[in-house]
Design a protein around this ligand. Structure first.
Ligand code: SF4
Length: 231
């Protein structure tokens, strides 16, 4: 891994899914087989939405040229929920390298409302999320921990207990996934993330997972089969 590599919710999520997959992507720098075209299209649609949303919050509501109905619908949902003049930071980035936790996050949106601060993550997926599942998600832990840890120098008047995080699903705006933060959760997250990063740092090579359901959709099966034959 490059020296200036910072862990992110993506890379930690991949390590949790399969350490071997993490090794292929982040240590060996190789990618798996070609992505399924449908999935690729969904990812592109999500990326396009994020670009438009960033422009919107930076005063550039200039998407008159867009013909894609779904994209326009998502923008209408966004505009209704978050007016363009709210106090916010779009594509807001935090990096830190302390206590063995070298970590970064780029937030879709951070909304400041007096002494409260809310992280908003936009999701364009097809299925509705579940609050309990998302509370335990690595993205939630990374995003809330990093903001909590760096809160004093960025927003000195705001306390950890005033942080919340919302997964705003453009296809399910009524399905509110709002997670509150506390000092206790912060300490737990710090421990979890420190241990996870410590585990990755101390390993040079990872074992294969065998007969795991993750392998079916992975894209690296041929690499793993090849390596298994060598051993
Ligand atoms: S094929 Fe299985 S073991 Fe190999 S990288 Fe993918 S998930 Fe991991």
């Amino acid at each position: 891994m490059e020296q200036n590599f910072y862990y992110s919710q993506n890379s930690l999520g991949i390590f949790k899914r399969c350490p071997k997959m993490f090794e292929y992507i982040y240590k060996d720098g190789i990618s798996g087989k070609e992505m399924d075209p449908k999935l690729k299209k969904r990812i592109e649609a999500g990326t396009n939405f994020h670009i438009l949303a960033e422009r919107y919050f930076n005063g550039m509501k200039d998407y008159f040229y867009i013909k894609d109905g779904e994209l326009l619908e998502w923008m209408a949902v966004l505009e209704e929920k978050y007016p363009e003049d709210i106090d916010c930071r779009s594509e807001f980035e935090i990096r830190q390298n302390k206590d063995g936790i070298k970590l970064m996050a780029k937030y879709d949106l951070v909304v400041i409302d007096n002494d409260k601060i809310k992280i908003v993550d936009f999701k364009t997926n097809k299925n509705p999320y579940n609050l309990e599942v998302m509370e335990e998600h690595i993205q939630t832990k990374v995003y809330m921990y990093l903001l909590g840890e760096n809160l004093k120098k960025m927003f000195p008047k705001i306390k950890i207990e005033d942080i919340s995080m919302e997964y705003f699903q453009l296809n399910y705006p009524e399905n509110q996934i709002l997670i509150k933060y506390t000092e206790k959760k912060h300490e737990i997250n710090k421990k979890i993330l420190g241990e996870l990063i410590g585990e990755i740092n101390k390993n040079k090579k990872y074992l294969h997972l065998k007969n795991n359901g993750t392998c079916v959709k992975c894209g690296f099966e041929s690499f793993c089969k090849g390596e298994a034959k060598k051993t």
